[in-house]
Design a protein around this ligand. Structure first.
Ligand SMILES: [Zn+2]
Length: 104
């Protein structure tokens, strides 16, 4: 059982819900939900949102327990107007024009 799975199971038992009840709330099958608790599979972001409501769990904690890096990806962009390369937001800090293309 994974750390994330244990967390789900503990939270589910605390609320007195069965795996089937949680699965139907989320809109998946009971075996699919069971796979999350046993660590055989991980929920998608869409399912994680529903899981937060159903099991009253914290999404950030879930991602952390699943071993996912929740640090935003800093993309390097090249401005299409002035060719300056910058990191972060959409807008070019030099000319203020939008839509820098991500540098591959
Ligand atoms: Zn620019």
């Amino acid at each position: 059982m994974s750390v994330f799975g244990s967390y789900l199971a503990a939270q589910r038992e605390k609320l007195g819900l069965t795996q089937r009840q949680v699965a139907s709330e989320i809109g998946i099958s009971q075996p699919a939900y069971q796979a999350w608790e046993t660590g055989k599979a991980s929920p998608t972001v869409k399912h994680l949102c529903r899981l937060q409501k159903t099991l009253k769990v914290n999404g950030d904690v879930c991602l952390d327990l699943m071993g996912m890096d929740i640090t935003p990806v800093i993309v390097e962009r090249a401005c299409v107007e002035c060719d300056s390369v910058y990191k972060g937001g959409i807008y070019c800090p030099k000319c203020g024009k939008s839509s820098g293309e991500p540098v591959k």
